[in-house]
Write a protein that binds this ligand. Structure first.
Ligand code: OSB
Ligand code: MG
Length: 366
């Protein structure tokens, strides 16, 4: 398709409650949306980078700048652009996977709308709905943590993930395990530990967690492999898995036995599908991570999570877990699951009133 026009729209969405992880606390999402017009149809992409570079080096202003100054000129110069060619066209730009993923997502959405095909169908979804988990931020007081978890279990979430960091780990997990019994439970450290914490992390083994996510720094593949020899809880990588190749290597080195897939982190939904395939070939289960997306990114994530090797519930929570008002029709939990959209492309479109309400700026590029 021929890219006719690209709009870079910034929105500011307040969260229903602050979300605290070892890397910092979020109070709102400062999101960049990529809105393309091509062959007379629209396409939407969501950049998952946060306002501050605390989870990844990418952050919203940086992604906006690199897309505007370095990516769009390459794409707008093409006579024809296909979604599967976007990453190749953008190879002169090093890194910036989240920015690239947002651009690819918008073009893929437009392309699929032209073809009348859904994201789920295109990616290879094999289920009409996906099991949902929820990621629970660090709470200063255990009583408050238990009240939050209780609420999510009442909502129907099928698995609880607790954010942990030194000082908020073993006792928090013990309290949740004691209060709620045999629930599916896992933890995410967002790189908060070091190799010398191996014995401490082994104290989590008694709680039969599904997995411990990204305990060590993202570069420390060898450290994770060594840790896997000391702890019995399966190690899952998030930040370290930047591509299908990285997943292949981490698995071969024994650094993880489960993988969290986030399309933004690996440079798009096409690469995310390759990560899924690499893991499936090696019998490594995957699950769909989240970046507190709006309903646009959520639609694509739910489609991805419907692929066959997504055998663990994902961080694909309902819109209401994040936002009082989403920018598309809200995703609502049904028996602990979210339905995979079936309409063309993402199968959802922004609600113009909500979009305008939260828009901070709009920039037109052509
Ligand atoms: O590591 O998965 C993560 C939120 C912010 C930064 C990093 C992470 C998270 C989550 C939330 O765990 C997942 C979600 O509900 O979207
Ligand atoms: Mg994580």
């Amino acid at each position: 398709m021929k890219l006719e026009q690209v709009e870079l729209r910034r929105i500011h969405l307040p969260l229903v409650a602050p979300f605290r992880a070892s890397i910092g606390t979020l109070h709102h999402r400062d999101v960049l949306l990529v809105h393309v017009i091509a062959d007379g149809v629209e396409g939407w992409g969501e950049c998952v980078a946060f306002g501050e570079p605390f989870y990844s080096y990418e952050y919203t202003d940086g992604a906006h700048d690199v897309i505007r100054r370095h990516m769009l000129p390459l794409l707008l110069a093409q006579r024809e652009v296909r979604a599967e060619d976007v990453i190749g066209i953008l190879t002169p730009v090093r890194g910036h996977p989240m920015a690239k993923a947002a651009v690819e997502m918008a073009i893929l959405d437009a392309e699929l709308r032209v073809d009348g095909r859904s994201f789920g169908d295109f990616l290879g979804a094999t289920r009409p709905a996906v099991d949902c988990g929820v990621s629970v931020g660090i709470h200063e007081r255990v009583e408050d943590l238990l009240r939050t978890v209780e609420g999510y279990l009442a909502d129907g979430y099928k698995r609880i993930k607790l954010k942990i960091e030194p000082g908020h780990d073993v006792e928090d997990v013990r309290a949740v395990r004691e209060a709620f019994g045999d629930i599916l439970l896992q933890v995410d450290a967002n790189t908060a530990y070091t190799r010398t914490d191996a014995q401490h992390l082994a104290e989590l083994d008694e709680f039969d967690l599904l997995l411990i996510e990204q305990p060590l720094p993202e570069e420390d593949i060898r450290g994770h492999a060594e840790l896997a020899q000391v702890v019995r809880t399966p190690i899952c990588l998030d930040e370290s898995i930047t591509s299908a190749k990285a997943a292949e290597d981490a698995i071969a080195l024994g650094a993880c036995s489960i993988v969290n897939i986030k399309a933004g982190r690996v440079g798009g939904y096409l690469e995310a599908r390759r990560v899924h395939d690499v893991c499936a070939e090696r019998n490594v289960p995957v699950w769909c991570g989240g970046m507190l997306e709006t309903g646009l990114g959520r639609a694509a994530n739910v489609a991805l999570a419907a692929l066959p090797n997504f055998t663990l519930p994902g961080d694909t929570s309902a819109s209401g877990r994040y936002y009082a008002q989403d920018i598309v029709e809200p995703f609502v939990l049904d028996g602990g699951t979210l339905a995979v959209p079936t309409g063309p492309g993402l199968g959802v479109s922004p609600l113009s009133d909500a979009l305008e309400q939260f828009t901070v700026s709009v920039e037109l590029c052509r």
